[in-house]
Design a protein around this ligand. Structure first.
Ligand code: SPV
Ligand code: MG
Length: 564
């Protein structure tokens, strides 16, 4: 079952009739399981500017039986067929055409129709052979056609029990398979159409399309004679050089590729198994297989993983990008010791004290030196080409529940984190305005913040007043700015979704300078926040007064030692 391709049964059921009426020609591919239905449903191919896909799915008796290891001879009962049909319906949103074999005895057929209709199947095709039929493709196999009158009654009874207007019953004519030829086929077609059938499938097992083309020509005349025309269907398994365009020109409305997914899977399965035997290991067979992740992706396992993480109440991750190199130090900043303890260790302890255990550190420069326990490490191997924003997104999967961003060079009071966690806003930056009192002594470039309202005069460690960021960056005039961003930010689940979408939009489309940086690759965290604001999202502040220290140079280490 897939949660991706969902559609209500009544909506799906009617979609085939609409397609046929709207487009006049549709292509259909076989599926025999949930996984093959996912492939049939989702596959797309772009040729020039046009995108091609299958319009509907065929639930084939040949491939349903073969997938279960049975011959195609009406041995598998309806309950087993329903199970496959259910799998296909559960994994797709496209219309489904069911191969009804002979339809069984008329009473059985009536119950079959009602069940298929309720399930959301759009069409059933039954062949005019005697129960139990044999597959039509094997030369020399016994092919006994049903008395056309008995078959016509079966159609009439089927049409009477169906409840909806959009369900279709199609008659498949086997006169070319049984050797009775064109005349018999046309005689039967007329009878079945008069009995109320919704379309005709003309079958053939020879390797040229001559039989079905002859029938198609005569079908036009027959339709004129009857005064109505119902869709014409073919299954070009043996006469496979004819193109869709040629079939359409000949008057066909539906082409069914009836067994290709099962046959291709069978071929590769055998090759893979022999390959493992030949090499006595799995390595060489890998290229014949889909990666496990591709299967996980198609069947929705990755969504299960994401939801498992998302719906853990109260769980919040911290992400610390620590991949960059600072020329002022010979170590990654996280690992610089203050009074015998690395900054990262101090950060972990403060976070643990707030009950936060899920901490992700992104490492890059001298990554082999990171051996502090209690955190998850993620690598940014392009740390010398990209900047902090790209490091942050290496930990994207830890953002799902919302997260706290912390710079790797800051020591903080746990009160800041506690207030941040209880924030009700989507995006919150922790800011401080004490820089204003000694701004003319500061020689480094600060991440300055301009807010909608002026800072509060209250001097508390944390002060969450309604105030929004208008601008952020290093180039804001020190005399204009209201605050300094301290390098800690909070993103709710919604906030994380906002920035994820924006990040990928920019990654795919942005070229040239980005805010205060030369390029998007070089973007800093504050460049990105400015872009968030420019894109119309609200960024709030948590106003803190002291309670934190940023380690910029040797002098800061000395100050930190004193404070601590
Ligand atoms: C099937 O796919 O099961 C069919 C088509 O009935 S054929 O195998 O050609 O008879
Ligand atoms: Mg069949």
């Amino acid at each position: 079952m897939s949660l991706k391709n969902r559609i209500a049964p009544e909506k799906r059921r009617g979609s085939l009739k609409k397609l046929l009426e709207g487009r006049g020609f549709i292509r259909v591919i076989e599926a025999h399981s949930g996984l093959s239905a996912i492939v049939a449903n989702n596959i797309k191919e772009q040729i020039g500017n046009e995108i091609f896909e299958f319009d509907a799915i065929w639930e084939s008796s040949l491939t349903d039986s073969a997938a279960k290891g049975y011959p195609d001879a009406e041995i598998i009962g309806p309950e087993s067929r329903y199970e496959t049909i259910r799998q296909i319906l559960n994994c797709s949103h496209k219309p489904l055409i069911v191969d009804g074999d002979t339809g069984g005895e008329a009473t059985n057929f009536e119950y079959f129709i009602r069940t298929l209709e309720d399930m959301g199947v759009s069409m059933v095709i039954i062949e005019d052979k005697k129960f139990p039929k044999r597959n039509s493709l094997e030369p020399g196999s016994k092919q006994t056609q049903e008395d056309p009158d008995i078959f016509a009654v079966k159609i009439e009874r089927g049409k009477k029990v169906q409840l909806s207007q959009d369900f279709m019953i199609v008659a498949r004519i086997e006169s070319f398979i049984s050797g009775l030829g064109l005349e018999d086929a046309l005689f039967r077609a007329k009878k079945y159409l008069q009995a109320g059938v919704d379309g005709i499938l003309i079958h053939s097992k020879i390797d040229t399309p001559v039989e079905i083309l002859k029938f198609a020509k005569e079908y036009q005349t027959l339709s004129k004679e009857l005064g109505f025309r119902k869709p014409l269907i073919c299954v070009p398994t043996t006469y496979n050089t004819i193109t869709e365009r040629e079939l359409k020109e000949a008057g066909f409305n539906v082409v069914i590729y009836a067994n290709h997914l099962l046959r291709s899977a069978h071929k590769i399965m055998k090759e893979t198994a022999s390959n493992i035997l030949k090499n006595q290991r799995g390595f060489e067979a890998e290229s014949l297989c889909s990666p496990v992740k591709a299967i996980f992706k198609d069947v929705g396992f990755l969504e299960v993983k994401e939801k498992d993480m998302r719906y853990v109440k109260g769980k919040i991750n911290v992400i610390i990008p620590a991949a960059g190199e600072d020329p002022a130090f010979s170590l990654p900043k996280s690992l610089i010791e203050i009074s015998g303890k690395p900054i990262l260790q101090r950060q972990i302890e403060a976070l643990n004290a707030c009950g936060i255990k899920d901490i992700t550190v992104i490492k890059g420069y001298k990554k082999e030196l990171f051996n502090i326990e209690g955190v998850k490490y993620v690598d940014n191997n392009e740390y010398d080409k990209t900047h902090i924003l790209h490091s942050l997104f290496k930990a994207e999967e830890d953002m799902v529940n919302g997260f706290i961003y912390i710079n790797s060079d800051i020591i903080f009071n746990q009160q800041i984190i506690n207030r941040l966690i209880s924030s009700k806003r989507d995006i919150v930056l922790v800011v401080d305005n004490s820089y204003a009192y000694h701004k003319h002594d500061i020689d480094k470039k600060l991440d300055l913040v301009l807010t909608k309202n002026k800072p509060s005069s209250e001097r508390r460690i944390v002060n969450l007043k309604e105030n929004e960021v208008v601008r952020i960056g290093k180039n804001i005039d020190k005399d204009m700015a209201n605050y300094e961003f301290i390098g800690i930010a909070y993103f709710s689940e919604n906030g994380a979704d906002i920035i994820k979408k924006l990040f990928y939009e920019l990654k795919n489309n942005h070229r040239g300078p980005f805010q205060e940086s030369h390029s998007f690759e070089q973007a800093s965290f504050t460049d990105f926040i400015q872009e968030v604001i420019d894109s119309g999202f609200k960024v709030n502040i948590l106003d803190t007064h002291k309670g934190w220290l940023e380690i910029h140079d040797q002098n800061d280490i000395e100050i930190a030692k004193e404070v601590l």
